[in-house]
Design a protein around this ligand. Structure first.
Ligand SMILES: [Zn+2]
Length: 254
């Protein structure tokens, strides 16, 4: 770190649990963020301002007026632009120290596997089950920590699957793939703007802790937030030994 970086990150360096070594780890880290919507907006802003050295952001959508109510990484003058490029421009203006790679595409499972292999930490800020399960499979295969978040109406949830450890549960252990599951979309159900900011910010906090190697993460704990009542609820969960994605048989088959 040079003197200007020591100044920029000084409030991290002052933390006993953080210090220069953890900040250096952040600057060397590569985060993959799938989705530059409401969750991704908040997560990306904090990852970038905190000095995560390299961020890959994937989103195949373009910025619409209805997004600006909660997707704070995008600006009015980004309307019509790809969300990935719009997010990258905001982050570059915030912190030119870091490298941001925008991918303006809906990634295929093969592409996702390659992207995950190159990352140190993965944030699921997507809005659909197909992407969530594909991303989980890639993280299980590559043994990468996955920070998962979701938010709809006034209800949010966040957890960590630290797949670097063999005993960790995966997304599929907790939420099995169900063809009958109905997708709840913000465009239909609505979403309280600060909710996705709160959950996305927690995702950034967990990702930063995973990279820095500090504290206790949400691995094995699902945090649920009711924004209408301002109440948090915690549910513990364990790995499913018969899980079709991370269970003994599926791992042996792979
Ligand atoms: Zn599993």
């Amino acid at each position: 770190m040079d003197d200007r970086q020591r100044l920029r990150y000084s409030r991290h360096l002052l933390l006993n649990e953080f210090g220069e070594e953890a900040q250096e780890r952040l600057l060397r880290a590569h985060a993959l963020v799938i989705g530059a919507g409401g969750l991704g907006s908040a997560a990306l802003m904090y990852l970038a301002s905190s000095g995560i050295g390299r961020i890959t952001v994937c989103d195949g959508d373009r910025v619409e007026l209805t997004n600006l109510q909660r997707q704070i990484v995008h600006r009015l003058d980004s309307l019509g632009q790809p969300k990935a490029a719009s997010a990258a421009a905001t982050l570059a203006a915030l912190n030119p120290d870091i490298q941001v790679e925008p991918l303006e595409e809906r990634v295929t499972p093969e592409r996702m596997a390659a992207l995950v292999r190159g990352a140190d930490v993965v944030l699921d800020c997507s809005d659909n089950f197909a992407t969530r399960h594909a991303l989980n499979r890639a993280c299980v295969a590559a043994r990468k920590p996955l920070v998962s978040g979701a938010g709809i109406r006034f209800d949010g949830q966040v957890t960590v699957f630290d797949l670097r450890s063999a005993g960790s549960a995966c997304y599929h252990c907790l939420f099995a793939e169900d063809a009958a599951a109905t997708e709840e979309r913000c465009a239909v159900m609505g979403v309280f703007a600060p909710l996705v900011g709160i959950i996305g910010t927690l995702q950034a906090a967990e990702a930063i802790k995973l990279v820095a190697g500090i504290g206790e993460t949400l691995s094995g704990r699902l945090l649920l937030f009711d924004a209408l009542a301002s109440r948090w609820h915690e549910v513990r969960f364990a790995r499913d030994p018969n899980c079709a994605v991370c269970g003994a048989q599926s791992v042996a088959a792979a």
